[in-house]
Structure formats: structure tokens, C-alpha cells
Design a protein around this ligand. Structure first.
Ligand code: PLP
Length: 382
């Protein structure tokens, strides 16, 4: 099997599984219980919270556990809108390429009467910090930007925008979806200056259904879920201790090798881009300049063959990739068209995303399989 869909999800690491198993078998108490088993479970959460906080240079009390980045971003955006989005404070600025968890939440807020400004990339498919700054007016209370866009891997100038906003407009709240960047590129609070950051465990070899939200001290949020007052009453409900402990373990395992893995991923990306450049009828949709894109994601179109057709052809050979333009089961997200990629090309897009386990041999086999697919599938059609 060749698994090249790591931006969708990653295989849980062995040590993550062990950690979660240990919690389930031995520390299965409710972390809110006052007895020994409860305290043991609480200790696992405390350790995970500290590891995650340390990894970004935050304090543990500012990390809140959720069911994933989708919930983190919903809580951040809806929670902020309900506290800070008052009569004359209605403007939210975002990029035109956000993940559905932010995009659809902002669509919802727009329906509720907020004004959402979506910044487009320039003609080279790059975002200019200045465009975000220019969109700010006296009604602006929130900016939400992702660090690494998940379909083509483009890096957005979040750091520059947030730094400039913090200098000039102290009251605007800054949210960042760091899901595809965390543990892949450096994500440090001091540089990012965000007030809220969304994270997901399953993109970094953790377990699905677990995430975190960093909340800067002093920021107030209306909870989405009320109940037993867990997570400082901002996110009630008994915590998923095994997968939270696993999340901590995944970060512990990865945090010291970010730059080393980044270099390796760049070598793999360069290798794949080189192989693709020698093939016919391949158009690269990712930015190939490493200053503007994550080395973990390569998006390209195979002219004349629809994404799903190629995806299933590769699947028969046990090669797993993603259709590059679709977010949820065939529904177009509009991200590729925001970069000016024509529909005919977006319909043929394939996204390949690496993990540290990806080898150049696997990438070679992928390109061989695509070349075969080009012959077989086009032949079949004619
Ligand atoms: N944000 C980005 C950029 C993503 O790629 C994803 C997952 O696809 C999410 C948010 C949602 O994360 P989760 O699956 O933890 O809800």
C-alpha cells in the first residue's frame, strides 16, 4: 500500500496507540472524579496540555481540548462573534481559500448579519498581506486566516498580517487555523501573535476526533456546548482522555524534528515535481516556490482525466491520493478556482500529501501508475 493522503488524515503512530491503550486499560477514570483513578486520568490530560502548550510557547491553561479543529474553529468564530460582534462591530476578514470548517462557519455568521470580507490571492496565486490590512475598517472585530491551505499547500502571510494588525489595531481578534502547519512548519505564538489557534490531532499521527484551541488570556468566548463545566466551562463534556493523551504523545514525538522533516519533505516534493515535469499533460496547481508553499502537499491536474477516475484507478493499485479540488465527497470547495485554475483543470486535480514515512520510491511508483493510467483511461474513453 502507498498512502499519499496525509493531509486528509495520518496513520496513528504506534506510540500514540500505546498511550491511548494505556489510558483505556489503566487510567480509565473520569478526569473530573476526585478519586485516584480520576486523578490519574487528569494527570494524562495535564501532561498532554503542557506538551502542546510548550510546543507553541503558550501556557497550559490557554489550551482547551475539543473534538477536532472543526469544533475549535466553530467555537473560536461563533464564540467571538457572540461576545465581540456588537451593533457597529460587524466586519470579519478572512481569505477566500479557508477550509470548510472556517468557510461555512463564516457563511453562517454572514447569514446572521455579519459582514464577511473574503480576500482573494493575486494573479500569481499568492496572498498579499496588504490586501488584508486594507480591508480593515472601524467595524472590523475579527480576522481569521489559515497558515497552510490544505488543497494546494500554499502558505498564507498570516504572520505579517497579524503582526501589522496587532501594532495598529489592538482590539481586533486574530484567529488562525494552523491544522496543516502544526508539527510541519514552526508554529510559535511569539511569531504568530494569534489570539486563537485551531489544531487537529489526526493530521499529526494522533487519533481522529481530537483537537485543541489555543485561547489567549483575557479573550472571552461564548461556549458552543454547556454542561458539566469541564475545560473551564468553555467546552463541557467528559474529555476524550485516551485520544488527548495520544495527541500529547504525537506532539512529543514530532516536535524536535520539525526542521529536519521539513527538509526531507522538500526533497520529496522536488523529486515528485521533477518526475511530473517529465510527463505529458500534467499541470502543477501548487506554488512551486518553497517560500510560498508547504513541502508536504503537491496538487496537480492530469489533463483529460477526471480526479475521481484517476483516484479509483490508483486505488486499484493500492495507491491512495485525494481528488485535489473536492473537500467533502465530490463537492467543489472553490479553492482552486480562487487561484484562477479553470474548472476543466480543477476537475482533474489530484492532491498528494506526504508524511515522514513517504519514500521517493513510492513517489516514483505513483508517477508510473499515473502514466499507465493516462494510457489506459484515455484509451478507454476513445
Ligand atoms: N482545517 C484544515 C486546514 C484542515 O485541513 C482540516 C481537515 O481536513 C480541518 C481544519 C478540520 O480538522 P478536523 O478534522 O480535526 O475537524
Amino acid at each position: 500500500m502507498i498512502y499519499l493522503d496525509n493531509a486528509a488524515t495520518t496513520k496513528p503512530a504506534e506510540s500514540v496507540i500505546q498511550k491511548a491503550e494505556e489510558c483505556m486499560r489503566e487510567s480509565f477514570g473520569n478526569p473530573s472524579s476526585l478519586h485516584k483513578l480520576g486523578l490519574e486520568a487528569e494527570l494524562h490530560m495535564k501532561q498532554a496540555r503542557k506538551i502542546i502548550a510548550d510546543s507553541i510557547g503558550a501556557e497550559p491553561e490557554n489550551i482547551l481540548f475539543t473534538s477536532g479543529a472543526t469544533e475549535s474553529s466553530n467555537l473560536a468564530l461563533r464564540g467571538i462573534a457572540s461576545v465581540y460582534g456588537k451593533r457597529n462591530k460587524k466586519r470579519i476578514i478572512t481569505s477566500a481559500v479557508e477550509h470548510a470548517s472556517v468557510r461555512n462557519t463564516l457563511n453562517y455568521l454572514e447569514q446572521q448579519g455579519f459582514e464577511v470580507i473574503r480576500i482573494m490571492p493575486d494573479k500569481n496565486g499568492r496572498f498579499q498581506a496588504e490586501d488584508f490590512i486594507q480591508a480593515v475598517n472601524e467595524n472590523t472585530f475579527l480576522i481569521s486566516m489559515m497558515l497552510v491551505e490544505n488543497e494546494t499547500g500554499r502558505i498564507l502571510p498570516v504572520q505579517e498580517v497579524f503582526r501589522r494588525i496587532k501594532k495598529k489595531y489592538k482590539d481586533i481578534i486574530l484567529h488562525c487555523d494552523a491544522v496543516q502547519a502544526y508539527m510541519k512548519l514552526p508554529v510559535k505564538l511569539r511569531e504568530l501573535q494569534a489570539d486563537l489557534i485551531s489544531f487537529s490531532a489526526h493530521k499529526i499521527h494522533g487519533i481522529k476526533g481530537t483537537g485543541a484551541l489555543y485561547i489567549r488570556k483575557g479573550i472571552r468566548l461564548t461556549p458552543l456546548v454547556t454542561g458539566g463545566e469541564q475545560e473551564k466551562s468553555i467546552r463541557s463534556g467528559t474529555e476524550a482522555v485516551p485520544s488527548i493523551a495520544g495527541f500529547g504523545e504525537a506532539v512529543r514525538m514530532l516536535q524536535d524534528s520539525i526542521s529536519e522533516r521539513l527538509e526531507e519533505a522538500q526533497t520529496k516534493k522536488d523529486y515528485l515535481l521533477n518526475l511530473l515535469s517529465e510527463m505529458s499533460d500534467i499541470i502543477i496547481n501548487s506554488d512551486t516556490d518553497k517560500a510560498y508553499s508547504s513541502p508536504y502537499i503537491v496538487n496537480f491536474s492530469v489533463k483529460g482525466i477526471r480526479s475521481e477516475t484517476m483516484l479509483h484507478y490508483l486505488e486499484q493499485k493500492e495507491i491512495y491520493v485525494s481528488s485535489g479540488s473536492a473537500c467533502s465527497k465530490g463537492a467543489k470547495s472553490g479553492v482552486l478556482s480562487a487561484y484562477g485554475i479553470p474548472d476543466a483543470m480543477a476537475d482533474c486535480a489530484i492532491r498528494v500529501s506526504f508524511s515522514e514515512e513517504t519514500t521517493t520510491e513510492e513517489l516514483y511508483q505513483l508517477t508510473q501508475a499515473i502514466a499507465e493510467g493516462q494510457k489506459t483511461l484515455i484509451h478507454k474513453r476513445s
